[in-house]
Ligand binder design. Structure first.
Ligand code: ADE
Length: 265
């Protein structure tokens, strides 16, 4: 199960590249894909660049050309939830595109026209693994809704409106694009975003000051997640063992010499 790790900017992925072992590199559509082992797991790391289109293109290439089965986005975001402070972490429950607006055609804001799609759910297993891993690292983590659009938000009133309209916890420029493409391909994903700013009047200054530190927090969390993934797999094996107890064996049924077996859960 190869894992794709995407970050939009150099700050968001450089710590991973520093620790990547047995590296191979290839270029696709102008993106540099770096494969190797991270925490003993096979990963492909890529810098997508900023914007929904870049993030979507990278995600599709990871799925098509590198056969990843899980995608983790790592990076920073602006907070919309007043409870979230700079350097806290949001682990995605779901994501939506706040700038998608076909209300004039009768659709809801954020809804993909002519579909029922609006919120893209993250993998519940990965989200809870994220919470456990962040708590282990003593980071302030919270499950939440991520809003994405092709705009850097630096306006308190706009941030308040976005929170009211979509119940968003933080805002960025890529997550919902990744989540949307993962949904189309039936691939599990989670987004890990540490807060770099509050999307208010001082957002660009705060972003410059805290981007690196926030990126590091997301990195520490994802690194712990990857360490813990073995544990999850082991737990699954234990569950498989439990399942064995539920196998029913009926000898000589439906006729002599045949052993009937089934399992009910
Ligand atoms: N990423 C980090 N901060 C952001 C903001 N304020 N708006 C959009 N994307 C961001």
């Amino acid at each position: 199960n190869k894992i794709g790790i995407i970050g939009a900017m150099t700050e968001e992925i450089e710590l991973y590249l520093n620790e990547l072992k047995d590296i191979y590199k290839t270029q696709e559509a102008g993106f540099d894909f770096c494969g190797g082992l991270f925490e003993g797991k096979e990963v492909i790391i890529v810098k997508s660049g900023v914007s929904k289109v870049n993030a979507a293109a990278c995600t599709q290439i990871l799925i098509d050309n590198f056969n990843v089965k899980t995608i983790i986005f790592t990076g920073v975001a602006g907070s919309l939830n007043p409870e979230l402070n700079i350097l806290d972490i949001v682990i995605s429950k779901d994501c939506l595109q706040h700038d998608l607006d076909a209300t004039k055609l009768g659709f809801e804001k954020g809804q993909i026209p002519f579909t029922e799609l609006k919120n893209f759910n993250s993998s519940e297993i990965l989200t809870s693994l994220g919470i456990t891993s962040g708590t282990q690292q003593k980071l302030n983590v919270q499950k939440g809704r991520i809003l994405t659009g092709d705009q850097f938000i630096e306006n308190k009133e706009k941030a308040i409106l976005l929170r009211e309209e979509f119940s968003g916890d933080c805002i960025d420029m890529e997550s919902a694009a990744v989540a949307h493409v993962c949904h189309l391909n039936n691939i599990e994903h989670v987004i890990i975003r540490s807060i770099s700013d509050k999307a208010d009047g001082s957002a660009s200054v705060d972003f410059g000051e805290f981007c690196k530190q926030a990126s590091k927090n997301s990195f520490l969390l994802v690194k712990t997640m990857l360490k813990n993934i073995n544990f999850e797999i082991k737990n699954n094996k234990i569950n498989t063992e439990k399942l064995k107890d539920k196998i029913r064996t009926v000898p000589d049924w439906p006729k002599p010499g045949i052993m009937f077996r089934d399992v009910s859960t």
